[in-house]
Design a protein. Structure first.
Length: 263
């Protein structure tokens, strides 16, 4: 099968080297577990060397060291997927993705300044869980005939129908606005509730989407992301993003996310 591992992106990682993200074709039906390796090579034909540990159920990885690339050095990267059935590799991609080296370093420096301001002033250290839109199916929550999700409180998929339902956690600094009450209908449509909503500022790496989950590491409060707006970007690469989030009631099954997987 061609193009199993798709949309490999290399984006700035303010803490050091590169941050890699990728997706997997929805046509892939291999069973779990799915294990990924980020690999590099001097040419687009190899030889390939793994630079990441085995990443099970993860679709993002950041280097923890500051990578220095000589201007005469040619590097290529790819992501390899191994399932119980087969092994697949993405199309090789060159460093910096859509950015030139100068632009890449500029984006990384802006992210570094944003993070420094959040860490020293009004920011909150938190974790991000990204809702899975692809990956192995969670057969414990799916109807075997229709494929519809029938168990929204599943401890594996949390109603996403994927295994895992969220991947992470990814550690980020967030800057929260003062809380506002936002009146919403209850899930069963019989009444209303008034959860607290916030506007949240964060760097653009990793990119956050609606239905992702933020966790305040101090209070352990959890928030669903309702909307995302990119405030600053270069060549369509997000640098700063602004989120609209609402606080999750403690009765929500998403409060088991992380504690169940890490038990």
């Amino acid at each position: 099968m061609q193009d199993v591992v798709q949309r490999v992106q290399i984006v700035p990682n303010y803490a050091g080297g590169f941050l890699f993200s990728w997706e997997v074709s929805l046509a892939l039906l291999d069973a779990a577990p799915w294990s990924f390796l980020v690999q590099e090579a001097p040419t687009d034909r190899g030889p390939w060397t793994s630079i990441s540990p085995a990443l099970v159920g993860q679709y993002m990885w950041a280097e923890r060291h500051n990578r220095v690339i000589n201007k005469d050095m040619v590097l290529w990267f790819r992501v390899q997927l191994t399932t119980p059935s087969d092994t697949y590799a993405s199309v090789p991609i060159a460093p910096y993705g859509a950015l030139g080296k100068r632009e890449y370093l500029l984006v990384r420096d802006i992210m570094r300044r944003e993070t420094l301001q959040a860490a020293t002033l009004a920011g909150t250290l938190g974790t991000l869980w990204i809702r899975s839109t692809f990956g192995p199916k969670c057969y414990a929550s799916l109807d075997p005939i229709t494929g519809d999700v029938t168990k929204t409180d599943c401890d594996v998929c949390y109603g996403t129908g994927r295994n895992p339902g969220y991947h992470g956690p990814y550690h980020l600094w967030f800057t929260f606005s003062p809380a506002q009450k936002d009146e919403q209908m209850t899930e069963d449509g019989t009444g209303t509730r008034q959860p607290y909503s916030h506007t949240v500022r964060a760097i653009g790496s990793p990119y956050i989407k609606d239905s992702d989950v933020l966790v305040d590491q101090t209070s352990q409060k959890r928030y669903y992301v309702d909307a995302v707006a990119v405030e600053t970007e270069i060549r369509r690469v997000p640098i700063v993003q602004v989120l609209t989030v609402h606080e999750v009631p403690v009765s929500d099954p998403i409060y088991r996310l992380g504690s169940v997987q890490n038990a």
